[in-house]
Ligand binder design. Structure first.
Ligand code: ATR
Length: 282
């Protein structure tokens, strides 16, 4: 009898996670038999859940909010990518050890450069928000050598925390990096024009809320990208289009690409993402 590969996604909430369907699609491409659990796990239950899952023969787990930082504590080894992001979105068993890794950043840059054909080198990029989602993607963006990266956050303390965290870990010399704080509707966002505007705030997850970004922000913007996946266009995307952005995208492609990279870590197989990218699943 074929043994199924034991995989899972955990977080809280977790009901709407598309990970089981994404990984089933990948597994089908190779006739790989998987059993993919979707478990709601609160931070205080994380240690026990991970211990039980891997003791029971689990191979890999996708980790989502609010567990991405806490999960680092329970791995035997932390990859460079996860160390730079101070967070992990995957833990897997390899040679009797648990390895934590972060595939979010590479998921985003693959979606931007390979799927959406927006290269980052020498570009001017604005990231809105300085929370966990921003921290996960910034090292991968810096690696692509943009000309300028501005990180704008509503609250100054969070912007400074991210700045300190990055300065201690990443070589920031090549790119002109600016951290600024203020009301995102203010003109401090208009000091330059940006090829790419990325929304990493949690505003999209709150249905219908506008950040009140200045309308002139999008003159010269080739792509406005929302990190969050949504079946409908998010308010951020709608406003960007109305105000002159050439193109908008939600984070579906990033979700699929980070999943493909996680699947590769678990199986050594590189799935084809094109079918999923074309047709978001219900
Ligand atoms: P995540 O891990 O999803 O990034 P987080 O760490 O709580 O979540 O960060 C949420 C981000 O969204 C923060 O940058 C937050 O800004 P503050 O630091 O000022 O709280 C940002 N955010 C949430 N709601 C916002 C709003 N209405 N307007 C602007 N920024 C908002």
């Amino acid at each position: 009898m074929d043994k199924k590969l034991k995989l899972a996604v955990i977080g809280k909430p977790i009901t709407h996670s598309k990970s089981p369907k994404i990984h089933q699609d990948f597994a089908n491409q190779f006739d790989e038999k998987i059993e993919f659990r979707k478990d709601e796990v609160a931070p205080d239950k994380l240690e026990t859940w991970l211990a039980d899952f891997f003791k029971d023969g689990g191979k890999g787990v996708s980790i989502t909010l609010p567990l991405k930082e806490a999960a680092l504590k329970y791995a035997d080894e932390i990859s460079d990518r996860a160390r730079l992001a101070s967070a992990c979105n995957v833990i897997y068993a390899k040679d009797e050890k648990l390895i934590a890794d972060c595939t979010d950043g590479v998921g985003l840059t693959k979606d931007l450069e390979e799927n959406l054909k927006v290269s980052l080198k020498d570009k001017k990029i604005l990231i809105l928000g300085a929370g966990g989602a921003a921290r996960g993607i910034i090292p991968s963006i810096i690696e692509k050598n943009p000309a300028r990266l501005k990180i704008a956050n509503r609250t100054e303390s969070k912007a400074l925390l991210l700045k300190e965290n990055l300065e201690s870990k990443v070589n920031l010399n090549e790119t002109d990096i600016i951290f600024e704080a203020g009301d995102l509707s203010d003109d401090f966002l208009l000091d330059d024009s940006y090829d790419l505007v990325i929304n990493s705030t949690s505003v999209s997850t709150q249905v219908g809320e506008s950040m009140g970004l200045p309308k002139a922000l999008y003159s010269g913007t080739k792509l406005a990208y929302d990190l969050f996946y949504s079946a409908e266009k998010t308010v951020f995307m709608q406003e960007a289009l109305e105000n002159g952005a050439e193109k908008v995208s939600d984070g579906w492609g990033m979700l699929v690409e980070q999943g493909a990279e996680s699947f590769r870590l678990w199986t050594n197989l590189i799935p084809d993402t094109s079918r999923l990218l074309e047709k978001p699943i219900d």
